[in-house]
Design a protein around this ligand. Structure first.
Ligand code: LMR
Length: 329
């Protein structure tokens, strides 16, 4: 009798412990990114954490790992498929192992401004591109902006000829590789975390990036010139793994989608502000000269780089390129 009672008490105690521990164990979302916190992506991620923890604090915990602390840009998607990280927002240029379609966004001089990017991304063709990574086990949750890229260098780049023979760091994109080859420069695919040192030690001559990345990673301190070329787009896709996402309770997933959509709107506002304010901070620092191109000079870059479109027409699809270009009107 006593023995039975002890067993019953033990079983009860065990079941209470199990219930308590599962109720006390929130779902953990590790969000890994490569940029500083004072950037559009850094601010978006922090906003997402804040919203999720206010609304779902007992159910979901968000851990943010900025500055390539957890994974660099070449590893994060592999890590996601292994379940070591649950969210990230790599640049659209870093998905080439998962889809050829997103290479569209790297075509030089495709979008005239961020309004055109918005028009395209909100169109059915733009939305469909978010699904292009699904076959590889990833879920595209939304686009996030950074802005237009500029060319920073150790010498003044006015015409495409000035780039001849110069070494430029690029993200891991074949389109970007061809873009620099088109002006007889030497592109090198390198992770974002290595760019500052490569520039500082003059192992490379230049790189392309947005005002907020050039400012927050201090590239302007080691690059005497920045040509305001607005020649390409730096945009992100917020991604998760299909496995992680599909196993979430439906109501939690819905709440996370809502929080993410609000965080992305916030990140896009930060992007718009920083493309002006970080540019101004660089001007004020007097560490780097901002080189404005005349219309005729810019036309030379367009003429030199635009043939790259043709090279990728088959892989990306002419219809898609036409649809994206048409969003400029
Ligand atoms: C880069 O590698 O230059 C950018 O993709 C970094 C980033 O995520 O903004």
């Amino acid at each position: 009798m006593f023995k039975h009672l002890t067993t019953a008490v033990l079983c009860f105690a065990l079941s209470v412990t199990t219930t308590i521990s599962s109720a006390a164990d929130p779902i953990v979302i590790k969000f890994s990114h490569v940029v500083a916190e004072n950037t559009p992506k850094g601010q978006m991620a922090n906003k997402f954490k804040e919203l999720v923890e206010t609304r779902l604090g007992d159910r979901v915990k968000v851990e943010i790992y900025p500055n390539s602390q957890l994974f660099g840009d070449n590893k994060v998607l592999e890590a996601m498929l292994l379940g070591d990280v649950q969210m990230a927002a790599p640049s659209l240029s870093k998905f080439s192992r998962y889809t050829k379609k997103l290479a569209l966004y790297d075509l030089p001089f495709l979008f005239e401004d961020m309004e055109a990017v918005d028009r395209f991304q909100q169109s059915p063709a733009g939305e469909k591109l978010l699904k292009s990574v699904e076959r590889k086990g990833l879920v595209g949750l939304g686009y996030l902006h950074n802005g237009m890229k500029q060319l920073s260098a150790s010498n003044k780049l006015r015409s495409p000829n000035d780039a001849r023979g110069q070494k430029f760091r690029i993200m891991s994109s074949d389109v970007l590789e061809e873009q620099f080859k088109a002006v007889s420069a030497m592109p090198l695919k390198k992770p974002f975390s290595e760019v500052f040192t490569l520039l500082q030690t003059r192992a490379i001559d230049g790189q392309e990036n947005t005002w907020s990345n050039i400012y927050s990673k201090k590239f302007f301190e080691v690059q005497p010139y920045i040509t305001e070329s607005n020649h390409g787009l730096l945009d992100y896709m917020v991604v998760t793994s299909k496995e992680f996402w599909s196993e979430l309770p439906a109501d939690t997933r819905g709440e996370l989608e809502q929080a993410l959509s609000e965080a992305i709107s916030h990140g896009n506002e930060v992007a718009a502000q920083k493309s002006v304010s970080d540019r101004q901070k660089i001007t004020d620092s007097r560490r780097s000269e901002i080189v404005a191109l005349t219309a005729a000079e810019r036309a030379q870059w367009v003429e030199a780089m635009k043939p790259v479109w043709k090279k990728f027409e088959k892989k990306i699809g002419k219809d898609l390129i036409d649809a994206a270009y048409a969003s400029n009107q």
